[in-house]
Design a protein around this ligand. Structure first.
Ligand SMILES: C[S@@+](CC[C@H](N)C(=O)[O-])C[C@H]1O[C@@H](n2cnc3c(N)ncnc32)[C@H](O)[C@@H]1O
Length: 247
């Protein structure tokens, strides 16, 4: 079980090809982000640059990707070499980013759920606030704090499963098992309830918090049998959030 992405970087990259990533995760996240044209963007926990590239290709004037995993950043840089988009990638820990920036937008797909306790969650939110200009926006997707994972249904038909530690409490571990053609990979992240998220973000200087449930792309609704997405929608394992840094 790992929170270290170095040994599973390539497999995780393949896990991004599962249909729910495109038709639920990306569909909802990119819609929530809106038009990035002309914006200065930082993608925290960028992994191999999945969203960093999309933001730059969508017209972000500047895009920086930051990740703790050297191997993930290596994969991102390899893709940058093949297709030069002018993205800068850095290895750094989002719990202790010391650089202040004036970005218009910070995106973080699955960062906050790696905080092992509330102090780390606070440290991440403080780092994010330091990256943004006053009035700048933070958009994120994470393991959902609203779902009671110990009683979640099986998500096997979507290509993954979850397991959760009991008692269900702050910082309880959640295992995600992604079924891929070459075998399964497992990663572990941590539960933080809604109040912990909101308190840490507000303490870091964020306001206008808005939680957004996942949506399914019309194409995927059309393609699958009726009711196929119902387990995902009735018990969403991920949730989206946007907020603004106070001006
Ligand atoms: C589930 S992956 C998501 C990668 C990418 N955002 C995506 O959606 O494809 C989570 C990423 O968070 C990174 N990560 C975990 N803790 C971090 C931290 N403290 N600072 C920066 N990155 C971190 C991991 O190395 C991993 O690449």
């Amino acid at each position: 079980m790992s929170t270290d992405y170095d040994p599973i970087a390539e497999q995780y990259q393949r896990a991004k090809q599962q249909p729910w990533r495109t038709h639920v995760e990306s569909f909802t996240l990119m819609d929530l982000i809106g038009d990035p044209r002309g914006l200065s963007v930082i993608d925290l926990a960028c992994g191999e640059g999945f969203y960093t590239r999309r933001l730059r290709q969508g017209g972000a004037q500047r895009a920086v990707g930051v990740d703790l995993s050297a191997r993930m950043i290596e994969l991102a840089r390899e893709q940058e070499q093949r297709q030069q988009l002018g993205i800068e990638y850095r290895v750094a820990d989002a719990r202790s980013l010391d650089h202040a920036d004036q970005a218009d937008l910070v995106v973080a797909a699955y960062l906050l759920n790696y905080a092992r306790n509330v102090a780390e969650l606070q440290a991440m939110c403080d780092s994010i606030a330091r990256c943004l200009r006053p009035g700048g926006r933070f958009v994120t997707v994470n393991t959902s704090p609203r779902l009671h994972f110990p009683s979640a249904p099986s998500y096997h038909k979507y290509g993954f499963e979850t397991r959760a530690a009991t008692p269900w409490q702050e910082a309880a571990a959640i295992q995600w098992i992604f079924h891929l053609s070459g075998g399964a990979i497992e990663v572990e992240n941590y539960h933080h309830n809604v109040a912990s998220h909101e308190t840490c973000l507000q303490r870091a200087g964020f306001q206008s918090l808005r939680w957004v449930s996942p949506r399914i792309s019309p194409e995927a609704v059309e393609r699958e049998a009726e009711g196929y997405w119902q387990d995902f929608l009735n018990h969403p394992p991920v949730i989206f959030l946007e907020c603004l840094k106070a001006g």
